[in-house]
Ligand binder design. Structure first.
Ligand code: ZN
Ligand code: ZN
Ligand code: ZN
Ligand code: ZN
Ligand code: ZN
Ligand code: ZN
Length: 387
């Protein structure tokens, strides 16, 4: 990147990079910004990418037409200066840039693409609309401060107040499934009753329920196998494997959950590993289109972890370092706007050089915050810390 060479001629910039590069953790943290997404090359040749940062272009494919999604690299190189919706990450998507959904635009990376990507799934997000209330974000007509949370199944973003359930205070590392996705895979309600506190909120018809609850808890203790001593762990796993052989299905060990379950569900860490993997259940996941739930590398957390383990992208050192204190959505936006801001950032840094001051990460954060005209506030599980 040419800008880097120029920057290296300026003392203030070099010292900023030097200071920040001393901290390896910080560098690593910063490289998670891109996760598995590549800002230099269109992801089209990789086919349907397991998870990547995606954008939709309001200039090329506005509402009323066909929805299309483009990769991170295309958002810079092919749609520079366009009005883009940032979609955060989505699974199993192949870059549409320049295909038959685009009238005139050709992708600069792959001018000859197949006309359509039949396996891509689209939603109103691709037209800049979110949640069951079908509103833009940020919403000029909405003065209520609320967080947006992404459902791990439909990958839509929902307002905390539109989940049909209160958002837990401490939701670090918790995955959320919205009410409508729960109802599309109703077997998940049974897991929810055992793995989350949801069932305890419903204490109607006490007597009958209590007995049912006790039976349920007995079943779930072997099912969950969260044991404290070695002995009981061995016992539980023996019991579990015996039951797996006998019954063949973990789900059958759980009692049917009565009607009246509704709203979103927040799942505890590693809940996916508790899902039954018997053939019958695999059939249910497949029929409901949620087979990815069995894949632990499907999670956003895994995507971010992979991003952290990657080498920092060359030429992005300064940017990466500066981005670290921001949340993921801000980071992705800033990467995108980096090219537009480059000259302003240079001017900003030159002021420090003129005054002989050292630039701190706070200064950089302040700079980017000032530059941001649209502030977004979405929950990033990895950024939230429980007190
Ligand atoms: Zn692309
Ligand atoms: Zn465009
Ligand atoms: Zn492109
Ligand atoms: Zn809403
Ligand atoms: Zn959903
Ligand atoms: Zn099963």
């Amino acid at each position: 990147m040419a800008a880097r060479e120029e920057e290296e001629e300026e003392e203030a910039t070099v010292s900023l990079v030097d200071v920040l590069e001393e901290d390896e953790d910080l560098e690593q943290e910063a490289s998670a910004v891109l996760g598995g997404s590549d800002s230099e090359h269109c992801s089209y040749s990789q086919g349907y990418v397991k998870r990547q940062a995606l954008y939709a272009c309001n200039t090329c494919t506005p509402k009323g037409g066909e929805a299309a999604g483009i990769c991170l690299a295309c958002s810079y190189k092919c749609h520079e200066g366009h009005d883009l919706f940032e979609l955060y990450t989505k699974r199993n998507f192949r870059c549409d840039c320049g295909n038959s959904k685009f009238r005139d635009l050709r992708c600069k990376f792959y001018p000859e693409k197949e006309p359509l990507n039949g396996q891509n799934r689209y939603s109103h997000n691709f037209f800049g609309l979110y949640c069951t209330c079908n509103r833009p974000y940020p919403d000029p007509e909405d003065q209520v401060e609320d967080e947006m949370i992404q459902c791990i199944i439909c990958e839509d973003w929902l307002h905390g107040r539109h989940l049909g359930r209160s958002v837990p205070d401490c939701m670090e590392l918790q995955e959320m499934i919205c009410g409508s996705c729960m109802n599309n895979s109703p077997f998940l309600w049974m897991y929810a009753a055992h793995l989350t506190g949801n069932s305890k909120e419903k204490k109607t018809e006490k007597q009958e329920d209590q007995q049912q609850q006790e039976e349920t808890e007995e079943a779930s203790s072997s099912f969950l196998s969260t044991t404290t001593t070695e002995n009981s762990e061995t016992a539980a796993s023996c019991k579990r494997s015996r039951q797996q052989l006998q019954d063949g299905c973990r789900l059958q060990q759980l009692q049917e959950v009565g009607p009246g379950q509704s709203g979103a569900v927040f799942w505890p860490p590693s809940w996916r590993s508790k899902l039954c993997t018997c053939l019958k259940c695999q059939g249910s996941y497949s029929a409901a289109g949620v087979s990815f739930l069995l894949d632990s590398s499907d999670t956003v957390l895994d995507y971010e972890t992979r991003g952290r383990s990657q080498e920092p992208v060359q030429g992005h050192d300064l940017l990466m370092s500066a981005l670290e204190p921001l949340n993921r959505v801000q980071q992705l936006e800033i990467i995108h706007e980096y090219n537009d801001m480059k000259s302003e950032l240079k001017d900003f840094l030159q002021r420090f050089a003129a005054e002989g001051k050292v630039v701190t990460p706070d200064d950089i954060t302040g700079f980017f915050e000032q530059q941001q005209t649209r502030k977004r506030r979405r929950v990033d599980a990895a950024q939230l810390h429980c007190s």
